[in-house]
Design a protein around this ligand. Structure first.
Ligand SMILES: NC(=O)c1ccc[n+]([C@@H]2O[C@H](COP(=O)([O-])OP(=O)(O)OC[C@H]3O[C@@H](n4cnc5c(N)ncnc54)[C@H](OP(=O)(O)O)[C@@H]3O)[C@@H](O)[C@H]2O)c1
Length: 361
């Protein structure tokens, strides 16, 4: 049987290419909570990079609430993922073949690769989702998977939103929703570094324990079991809330608003509580006069290197702790996203697609 050209090229290059090319495609625009039937699995041969592109073997994929938003037919402020395309996803991979002058086989790279086992990339940015293009991961900062969490969009979001938008001051009280998650777990710890009393909100007692014991929050409220959430926040914050870090929107944000001190600051980092509901182009928003900012971490991409260096230094000196919630196997990506939207994660949820390159943590 005649061999595919790609197979011949791989054999000639004597590279360890593990096929096939596996992809999870968005099969339809879901309404309401997603199910595995909203995705379609396909296998093909691993492609060869044409001039100007490199081929990455994906090692880790990040699971992000925004992925749900991008599946909607009418997303807000973001571009839709076309039907029968891999779902938008940050990933960490290893360059296997390169026809691109800036990338060499063996480079560890971070980009939006999509839900697939291999990706052909040109390294350039995308004006909506990824203005910075492919970035090389620095394994000296920590395990390469952290480029999807504490040393990726989660850590950078927490870092720039807290430092540049909220400016917490020593002695202030900071409230963080989705406090056990990727962004929330880091945001609260940065608030602590700046001397705040930090209170978390999350959905289970187990997650509350992690918020206090692992992430060093002063207090945590289980918003699902609190009979009156505003009263529970007021009890935990007798002097009121000075800074509210909003990851979720909806009724939780309304309860937080009722306890916000005059002049209190809010940053809307996300409204994950609404992502299943946003089908008409509209979403819950804070009243304009109460909002200091609606945050997009891409706005700070020129300063990512500085942010990552500071986060890595805080991890090294023990002031920032992080957790990863590893789901093993590319085939489990849809279940991993469904579970995240149901609150199943503590820390950053990531999918292991393939083993790390030899000798790389
Ligand atoms: N603006 C930016 O640049 C930027 C960048 C990255 C992320 N984000 C946003 O930041 C937020 C957190 O993202 P992440 O990656 O750190 O995710 P995450 O917090 O690790 O995971 C999502 C969490 O959302 C919570 N959740 C789900 N449905 C909810 C609901 N109906 N009401 C309240 N909470 C709900 C669950 O936590 P509980 O168990 O606590 O309910 C779940 O564990 C998201 O809104 C995301 O879109 C924004």
């Amino acid at each position: 049987m005649t061999k595919a050209i790609s197979q011949i090229m791989f054999e000639q290059a004597n590279l360890r290419i593990e096929g096939p090319h596996r992809r999870w495609l968005v099969a339809r625009h879901p309404v309401g909570p997603i199910t595995e039937a909203d995705f379609h699995y396909v296998e093909d041969i691993v492609p060869v990079p044409p001039p100007g592109k490199y081929l990455a073997r994906i090692v880790w994929l990040g699971i992000d609430p925004k992925q749900r938003l991008l599946m909607n037919a009418t997303p807000r402020n973001v571009e839709l993922v076309p039907l029968f395309s891999p779902l938008f996803s940050y990933g960490v991979g290893e360059v296997m073949l390169s026809n691109h002058p800036k990338f060499q086989p063996g480079d560890i790279v971070w980009d939006i690769f999509g839900w697939q086992s291999h990706a052909l990339m040109d390294g350039t940015g995308h004006y909506v989702n990824n203005p910075f293009g492919t970035r090389k991961v620095k394994p000296e900062y920590g395990p390469i998977s952290t480029a999807l969490g504490v040393l990726g969009n989660g850590g950078l979001t927490a870092y720039f939103s807290v430092l540049r938008e909220l400016n917490p001051k020593a002695g202030e009280t900071m409230l963080v929703s989705s406090a056990a998650g990727n962004v929330g777990s880091i945001a609260g710890q940065i608030g602590k570094i700046f001397g705040c009393r930090v209170i978390g909100l999350t959905s289970t007692d187990e997650k509350c324990r992690a918020v206090i014991e692992d992430f060093g929050y002063d207090d945590c409220i289980n918003y699902k079991t609190a009979p009156d959430l505003a009263a529970a926040i007021r009890k935990a914050a007798p002097k009121g809330i000075d800074v509210y870090y909003d990851n979720v929107g909806g009724p939780i944000a309304e309860a937080a608003a009722s306890v916000l001190n005059p002049g209190g600051r809010v940053t809307i980092v996300g409204i994950v509580g609404n992502y299943n509901a946003v089908t008409n182009g509209k979403a819950w928003t804070w009243p304009a006069h109460q909002v200091k900012s609606q945050f997009i971490y891409h706005d700070y991409h020129a300063e990512f290197d500085d942010g990552l260096a500071q986060l890595a230094a805080w991890i090294k000196d023990g002031r920032i702790r992080y957790r990863e919630d590893v789901i093993d196997g590319f085939e489990k990506a849809p279940a991993a996203l469904i579970g995240l939207l149901n609150g199943g994660n503590i820390g950053k949820r990531i999918v292991r697609v393939a083993p790390n390159p030899d000798g790389i943590a």
